[in-house]
Ligand binder design. Structure first.
Ligand code: NAP
Length: 286
């Protein structure tokens, strides 16, 4: 018996990272999976983007669990693409029960130096893409009077990030969207929650600029990053967390056992956000 036996889950950004973990975890728990990702890099994103082969690998891992999978290249910046894959998913599996709006990108720049495209790209994927994903599936869930939506926010939905105000604004926005949708859709028996990941070991956090940032110096390597990541959380020995840490939380939120859970932003961060903060640069510049 799995947590999600007989359910169908629609997962965005499933080419690698957390999206792949969501797909494989939900399949292991008994769900058939509709998995989408894009096959092109987005400007200013410095880390490895997922290819069509990566999405095919996710599909292979889902199939290996014995569950069925429909994988498609589709961009959350296109309602047309989302509507088409949702229609094909319902045609293939008969229904959708679970939505994981996980697709996201991360870029960094001081907000006053950032160009409008950098700002807009992050809002378009991380906030508007979540809204488009929900919009594509909600009529079907309303018709069925059932469903669980899980939106991916971030610890940057409950704290600031001086290097990424645009990302932080988008992730705070995801929580506002989640709470509003949870109120509206509760009347139809649909639950809406978000998961707020801490530092997760995925391509998004595994590249030179992130090593340097975490280690607090230039030319740091992965070992420096791993050491520095141990300071990010409260639980001893937990640095950058495996994507399954988020997938496990989402699988439970998607399950019938979470029947009374809606409108909540569930932080999964090894205690990062309960740590006492300090100001590394309290001296006025200039
Ligand atoms: P990731 O490995 O980069 O995965 C994100 C996935 O989303 C990628 O496969 C990416 O494809 C896809 N994607 C990006 N833009 C898309 C679009 N327009 N349409 C469809 N798919 C798109 O990073 P991750 O860590 O798994 O991130 C998953 C979510 O967690 C994101 O929302 C992220 O903001 C959030 N998060 C991550 C962390 C962390 O520490 N990693 C912490 C807090 C929150 P490409 O690779 O081809 O662009």
């Amino acid at each position: 018996m799995g947590l999600l036996d007989g359910k169908v889950a629609f997962i965005t950004g499933a080419g690698h990272g957390q999206g792949r973990a969501h797909a494989v975890t939900m399949a292991r728990e008994g769900a058939d999976v509709i998995a989408i990702d894009i096959d092109q890099p987005i400007a200013n994103v410095l880390y490895q983007h997922a290819s069509a082969d990566d999405l095919a690998e996710t599909a292979r891992q889902v199939s290996e669990t014995g569950r069925r999978v429909l994988s498609r290249i589709a961009d959350v910046r296109s309602s047309e693409a989302l509507d088409a894959v949702v229609a094909e998913g319902i045609e293939t599996f008969g229904k959708i029960d679970v939505v994981v709006a996980n697709a996201g990108i991360f870029t960094q720049a001081p907000f006053w130096e950032m160009d409008e495209k950098t700002w807009d790209d992050v809002q378009d994927v991380n906030l508007k893409g979540v809204w488009r994903t929900m919009k594509a599936v909600t009529p079907h869930l309303i018709e069925r009077r059932a469903g669980s939506m899980i939106l991916t926010s971030s610890v940057n939905s409950v704290e600031g990030n001086p290097a990424a105000a645009h990302y932080t604004a988008a992730k705070h926005g995801v929580v506002g969207l989640m709470r509003s949708a949870a109120q509206t859709l509760g009347a139809y028996g649909i639950r809406v929650n978000s998961v707020a990941p801490g530092l997760i070991d995925t391509p998004m956090t595994n590249y030179q600029a992130m090593y340097d940032q975490m280690a607090g110096r230039e030319n740091a390597d992965r070992a420096d990053y791993d050491r520095a990541a141990l300071n990010f959380g409260a639980i001893a020995g937990q640095g950058a967390l495996p994507p399954e840490s988020i997938a496990n939380a989402a699988a439970w939120l998607a399950s019938d056992g979470a029947f009374a859970m809606t409108g909540q932003n569930i932080v999964v961060d090894a205690g990062h956000t309960i740590l006492a903060g300090f100001n590394p640069n309290p001296v006025l510049p200039g």
